[in-house]
Design a protein around this ligand. Structure first.
Ligand SMILES: CC(C)(COP(=O)(O)OP(=O)(O)OC[C@H]1O[C@@H](n2cnc3c(N)ncnc32)[C@H](O)[C@@H]1OP(=O)(O)O)[C@@H](O)C(=O)NCCC(=O)NCCS
Length: 171
């Protein structure tokens, strides 16, 4: 728990919670989140997606968490195995009505700390489009250090084609 923020693993029976969060925030997420292009999903497809997330967790590939703020569903945060051995990539999104309250920063801090406590994990990275200044502030607030810019094909409407990479190393 950090500033009223609590994380819990997404479960297959959370389809209604995820559906409400995403559907209420389609316009908010569309500029930066590539997967929003497939929205809105049916409730059945949402449940199937959560089942995929459970399978990805069991396969030790993706670890996705529901973010709650003051007890209310507020967003999602996850760790992903896609940056090489011993490195986890952290991603996040927060509902518009919860923006500016420090929710993403607290969730990133909590999850990065938990990740670095896992044996064999030596770094957590954040990669976001360079245009997404708010995401960069989240990285700073969570203690990450910016290490590079690199070209990345635009995948969402506001993407610039340049990504920024941040790292937090095991202390
Ligand atoms: C980016 C996002 C995760 C921020 O969530 P949040 O809970 O509001 O974040 P926090 O309150 O912890 O911190 C937001 C920071 O961004 C800053 N910020 C907000 N809008 C900004 C903007 N347009 N330009 C620069 N900074 C901005 C805030 O001032 C704050 O920084 P500070 O603490 O130094 O003042 C949320 O807006 C979101 O989900 N956006 C859409 C999805 C997305 O972009 N996800 C990240 C993809 S990598």
């Amino acid at each position: 728990m950090d500033g009223g923020v609590r994380l819990s693993r997404w479960r297959a029976d959370d389809a209604r919670i995820l559906d409400d969060l995403v559907v209420d925030n389609i316009d908010h997420l569309r500029p930066t989140m590539p997967w929003i292009a497939n929205e809105p999903l049916s409730l059945a497809d949402r449940a199937a997606l959560l089942a995929e997330w459970e399978a990805a967790w069991e396969a030790r590939h993706d670890f996705d968490y529901l973010v709650r703020h003051d007890g209310e569903p507020a967003g999602s945060v996850g760790l992903h195995v896609r940056q090489g051995v011993g490195v986890l990539e952290l991603g996040y999104w927060v509902a518009r009505k919860k923006n500016g309250l420090g929710v993403a920063s607290a969730a990133a801090r909590l999850l990065a700390g938990a990740a670095l406590a896992i044996e064999g994990v030596h770094a957590v990275e954040i990669h976001h489009d360079a245009y997404n200044a708010a995401s960069g502030r989240v990285a700073v607030n969570a203690g990450f250090t910016a290490i590079s810019y690199y070209p990345r094909a635009p995948a969402a409407p506001d993407d610039s084609g340049t990504a920024r990479r941040w790292v937090l190393l095991r202390g």
